[in-house]
Design a protein around this ligand. Structure first.
Ligand code: AMP
Length: 346
């Protein structure tokens, strides 16, 4: 991840600096990975920057979901983000499909994106392997649409998890090409995390990452009830423990310690680290502690989400206000884009 210095943003004709933009797909329930990879940064950044956060409903169409479920999923993801601390009065919080200009910018950027580089994208290759029957052009050009979303607000800081690093690198390439061809309209976007390195929250099965759609049992969702959280944590993969002092941890044990870093007190972690290094670790006790600390962290967010979901008018108002603010910013950017491209013959 490239390092980013933080200065106040400028909004006149100069290139703006430090506008923030990020998105989350409504493809399933929000999980711990989304929180520690992205949402936690949204919440910290909303006090200091001009922020645009988006529910990426158009992106979710690439995997052909049943669109009848979108309405409910969009509401849930909105509510979950707000319950995690995102404040629609501080940040512009909107749905991607409400900003009609995005399609236009996506079209222009597609002329600057090459088939070879798109085919090399890891997320594209993974999806194409998992669903060979649905290798559509939207999936191939996913990083182009993502770039359109980011630069629509001329954002340069993009709080995302580690899985998005390659997409951000592609976004920078598209921006450099656009600016080179048409003039300096866009700042280069960079992945952002307050702790410098990007976060990847691992799955509980010891492999891969927590994700909305992959393995339900290895992902902790904010919608999970207390018992489900406990059950999932207790099933996390462990072994009979190290047999020699200070043995390096296998990946699946390292992952459990990493999850502890997210929710447990430092002295609790130190105790289990010492137990591990002295070969007297009891994984049952460790998982019980982790499960309780997880419940303590996640249950209040679940309750808050349920309260927000019960107030549909509030969610509609949030969406309307977000659409208005995001569209205003998009209209401004597209005027600059069309002028720069020479698409202004009238
Ligand atoms: P998605 O759920 O793919 O729409 O991702 C929304 C945001 O959450 C993106 O910024 C991702 O990088 C981030 N994210 C998703 N899964 C994880 C994970 N397991 N660890 C860290 N960040 C993640």
């Amino acid at each position: 991840m490239s390092e980013t210095t933080i200065n106040p943003s400028t909004t006149d004709n100069q290139l703006p600096s430090n506008i923030v933009m990020s998105g989350i797909r409504p493809t399933g329930m929000v999980h711990l990975g989304n929180y520690f990879g992205a949402i936690r940064n949204y919440v910290s950044m909303q006090d200091d920057f001009e922020c645009y956060f988006m529910i990426a409903d158009l992106h979710s169409l690439t995997t052909h979901p049943d669109t009848k479920t979108l309405k409910e999923n969009v509401r849930r993801v909105l509510a979950e983000n707000i319950a995690c601390g995102l404040d629609p009065n501080k940040a512009t919080f909107y749905c991607q499909s409400h900003v009609y200009e995005t399609g236009e910018l996506y079209l222009y950027l597609n002329m600057l994106a090459y088939k070879g580089e798109l085919e090399k994208t890891v997320t594209f290759k993974d999806k194409a392997r998992q669903h060979p029957e649905n290798v559509n052009a939207g999936l191939l050009t996913y990083p182009v649409l993502q770039t359109a979303d980011i630069i629509m607000h001329r954002a340069s800081l993009v709080p995302v998890g580690k899985d998005q690093e390659q997409h951000l690198e592609m976004a920078r390439n598209f921006v450099v090409r656009f600016n080179h061809r048409y003039g300096d309209i866009f700042p280069e976007p960079h992945a952002f995390n307050y702790n410098k390195s990007l976060v990847k929250v691992p799955g509980l099965d010891g492999s891969g990452k927590m994700s909305k759609s992959e393995n339900n049992m290895s992902t902790l969702y904010f919608a999970d009830d207390d018992e489900t959280i406990r059950k999932k944590v207790m099933k996390a993969k462990t072994d009979s423990g190290p047999t020699a002092p200070n043995t390096p941890k296998p990946d699946y044990i390292d992952n459990i310690f990493m999850l502890m870093q997210l929710v447990c007190e430092p002295d609790v972690i130190s105790k289990f680290e010492a137990d591990y290094n002295n070969c007297n670790i009891r994984y049952g006790d460790l998982k019980k502690q982790l499960a309780e600390d997880m419940v303590k962290f996640m249950a209040p967010i679940r309750q808050k989400t349920n309260d927000i979901l019960a107030n549909d008018q509030y969610l509609v108002d949030v969406m309307k206000k977000g659409a208005e603010q995001a569209s205003k910013s998009a209209v401004k950017t597209m005027k600059l884009v069309r002028d720069a491209m020479g698409l202004n013959y009238l």
